[in-house]
Design a protein around this ligand. Structure first.
Ligand code: AFP
Length: 331
């Protein structure tokens, strides 16, 4: 049986009244941009993507050439489509309203154009993460308009540029995975209704931060490391790619818990709420998992700043709940 393309998948959802034409076109535009970024990533040094640009982003991080290229691809793709009121990028300080010489739409787009960029030059998977909100009608889209809790998202997704290029999206009725068919250059539906196992024996955390963790996190990881001789009574495995898109894709594929907790150095956590934690939390919950900042459901957190950071604990529900209980017991 022929697999559906992303376009067919989205048209079905439009026919079912789940999304409108503007949102369908927006997601297709983003997917097209991800294909262009995938091509650049796969060219590596041959496409000028390696090495650092001579600039810093809003986070004060040295931008990689591919960070800049990926951002430009997404900006260009989304400038004139007529479905956006404004957009926000990890690579840019301020909100970018759709230029007045183009038609404005009802959606707000936020993205991390190239997540995991410190992995580019060493040929480890990187990706693009995006989140879509509605713009209240009749208002000039400024920072305040973007500061909506993650539960207000109407769509979210991410691409992983790895051995294959994968696109995972949700429009609120489940999480779906598409594989880029390089012969036809189309995204083909390969994972319908992704479900994260409620339990796991695999955790993902940057263990070099161990000395900085809060007690509940230290307790949780120590118990995993104690294995079958410890209170968990089973062996655990660890993975840490240091590209959120790759770690979350693995959690969606076989379960697991992904953690970037707050610590004595990253007091608010390291990951960004609006265009990393929120979209990933939406997708993970749609796949039957959970996502918190260690204590509070990420999708309920009301943002205060566009680029604010947040602690992230997401994945297999029973493990995320355990970490939440350890935080509650330690207060
Ligand atoms: P970069 O984009 O700077 O490589 O950061 C990637 C990231 O935001 C996220 O994708 C990873 O999970 C996390 O940071 C890795 O952080 P560490 O380098 O501290 O492990």
């Amino acid at each position: 049986m022929r697999r559906a393309s992303l376009t067919q998948f989205l048209i079905e959802r439009q026919r079912a009244g789940r999304i409108n034409a503007d949102l369908r076109l927006l997601i297709e535009t983003i997917a097209r941009a991800c294909k262009a970024i995938s091509t650049r990533v796969n060219k590596g040094a041959l496409g000028g993507g390696h090495g650092s640009a001579s600039s810093e982003n809003v986070q004060g991080e040295i931008q990689k050439n591919l960070d800049v290229m990926s951002n430009e691809i997404l900006l260009e793709a989304n400038e004139w489509g007529g479905n956006l009121a404004a957009l926000v990028s990890e690579e840019m300080e301020d909100v970018k309203p759709t230029p007045t010489h183009y038609p404005r739409g009802e959606y707000l787009l936020l993205f991390d154009p190239l997540d995991g960029s410190s992995n580019i030059d060493v040929n480890i998977s990187v990706g693009t993460i995006f989140s879509v909100l509605r713009c209240p009608p009749g208002v000039e889209p400024d920072e305040q308009v973007f500061l909506q809790p993650g539960r207000s998202q109407v769509a979210a997704g991410f691409a992983v540029y790895g051995p294959t290029t994968q696109l995972v999206i949700t429009v609120g009725d489940g999480a779906y995975g598409f594989t880029l068919d390089r012969e036809t250059f189309t995204f083909v539906l390969t994972q319908e209704g992704i479900k994260i196992p409620q339990d796991t024996a695999e955790f993902a955390i940057n263990a070099s931060n161990m000395r900085r963790w809060e007690p509940p996190v230290k307790r949780y990881i120590d118990e995993c490391l104690a294995g079958k001789d410890g209170p968990r009574g089973k062996e655990f495995n660890m993975r840490w790619v240091a590209s959120m898109v790759a770690d979350v894709y693995r959690v969606l594929s076989r379960g697991g818990i992904f953690m970037y907790p707050r610590d004595s150095k990253n007091k608010d956590g390291r990951l960004r709420l609006m265009y990393e934690a929120n979209p990933m939390a939406f997708i993970v919950e749609q796949a039957g998992g959970s996502a918190t900042d260690g204590k509070t459901r990420i999708l309920d957190i009301r943002p205060k700043k566009l680029h604010q950071r947040i602690a992230v604990v997401l994945g297999s529900k029973n493990e995320v709940d355990r970490v939440t209980s350890y935080h509650a017991n330690s207060q």
